[in-house]
Ligand binder design. Structure first.
Ligand SMILES: *Cc1c(COP(=O)(O)O)cnc(C)c1O
Length: 399
């Protein structure tokens, strides 16, 4: 049977304490007990349905975690204060001193910086590979390797990871396959393709209103319990817990994610097709010209499309900056990092979100200075947007 992630979210029923159609928000950081014995049991994790302290867990966070686990088809999930607050504890939980990570070289700048510059302080080393070359991935594995790390659709180059292929390699070598699915919620279901752990920055498409940060780790009950252990759980002890008020607001936005993703995908496909016809070389996984188009077509839950992210190379940093400033002036979108907003957002990753990556490595992976990353918005009239973007591109000489 086909996996239906949005149905799984919608089928969950949560009621508020007075019969409200939304669950009540647990507006407390600490909880009282009638008996001291129950307090001890709760601390040890042996008193189901009892809460002790909101860094450990709260009803609002559990509701949101349950909905996200239903979306990804994993046993359970742990929500966190940010996407990085989900990613770094997963790596620290799986790796100790002497261990090794094989990671895609095209990943979010913060994740790259963590693996490259921070994890080595704890003797965790990473080999960065071209994730689209499965033989290169397998060749990088050593007896010390504990995990394979990638993004379903990579930031900012929109490379597609063959999750099923990577999963086979991971199983063969007894590794955990960790997939950051931030760019393709609903479209891609990594756990269904064999990923062991699925991560999102909720800050992006899932929340979708650019008003809060959040993250999630979806996985087995055993792994999430380990992350949350009060004795040695990386998530619990590093402390990036989500606040209940924010968990409640993200849950409400999650309920419209399917509608938004369809519109983001529709608009991005529309622009990618037109700009390609105009002679630009947009990178978009929905275009037949994308090197992983046929693979991605087989991976996705097709009703949600190919996603809202596309890139265009303006030729140089100067041209990219001129174009972005003009598009902002014309109210086409905002010159801003992040993604998944109702308004189109654009930035030049070479000098912003991927500036952690050294120049020679940028060249090797094809991350040029003129590259503009677009998170296409929910525009109701995308033909109008196209015409206005085209005018700007002509004006600065990109078209
Ligand atoms: C933004 C982002 C992150 C980090 O998430 P934060 O919520 O900013 O901590 C991780 N991975 C990807 C792909 C992202 O786009």
């Amino acid at each position: 049977m086909k996996f239906k992630p949005a149905n799984n979210i919608q089928d969950l029923q949560y009621f508020g304490e007075f019969g409200g159609v939304n669950p009540s928000i647990s507006d407390s950081s600490t909880y009282t007990f009638l008996s001291a014995k129950t307090m001890f049991d709760t601390f040890e994790g042996n008193a189901d349905g009892c809460y002790l302290y909101s860094r450990h867990s709260s009803p609002s966070n559990l509701y949101l975690g349950k909905a996200l686990a239903a979306m990804e088809g994993t046993e359970t999930a742990n929500v966190t204060a940010t996407g990085m607050g989900a990613i770094t504890p997963v790596i620290m939980q799986l790796c100790g001193a002497g261990d090794h990570v094989v990671s895609s070289r095209t990943i979010y700048g913060g994740t790259y910086a963590f693996l490259k510059n921070f994890a080595p302080r704890f003797q965790v080393k990473t080999t960065f590979v071209n994730i689209t070359k499965l033989d290169e991935v397998e060749a990088a594995i050593t007896p010390k390797t504990k995990l394979l790390y990638c993004e379903s659709v990579s930031n900012p180059l929109l490379e597609v990871a063959d999750i099923a292929g990577l999963s086979k390699i991971a199983k063969k070598h007894h590794l955990q396959l960790v997939v950051d699915n931030t760019f393709s919620p609903l479209s891609v279901s990594p756990a269904k393709l064999g990923a062991d752990i699925v991560i999102h920055s909720l800050t992006k498409f899932i929340n979708g209103s650019s008003d809060t940060m959040g993250g999630v780790v979806c996985g087995t009950q055993e792994f999430i319990d380990a992350l949350r252990s009060v004795n040695d759980g990386a998530s619990m002890l590093l402390g990036a817990s989500l606040d209940s008020l924010r968990a409640a607001s993200i849950l409400k936005n999650l309920r419209t994610l399917h509608i938004r993703m369809k519109q983001h995908s529709h608009n991005a496909m529309y622009l990618a097709e037109r700009f390609e016809k105009d002679g630009l070389k947009p990178v978009y996984p929905g275009l037949a010209s994308h090197p992983s188009h046929s693979l991605f077509s087989k991976m996705i839950n097709e009703e949600y499309g190919y996603g809202g992210m596309l890139t265009i190379d303006a030729g140089s940093k100067e041209k990219a900056n001129e174009l972005m400033e003009l598009m902002q002036k014309e109210n086409i979108g905002y010159l801003a990092v992040s993604l998944g907003f109702y308004k189109t957002l654009f930035s030049a990753p070479g000098s912003s979100t991927s500036s952690e990556i050294p120049d020679e490595e940028k060249v090797a992976m094809g991350l040029t200075d003129g590259l503009i990353r677009f998170s296409i918005g929910l525009d109701n009239d995308i033909e109008r947007t196209y015409q206005e973007m085209k005018k700007c591109m002509k004006q600065v000489g990109v078209l």
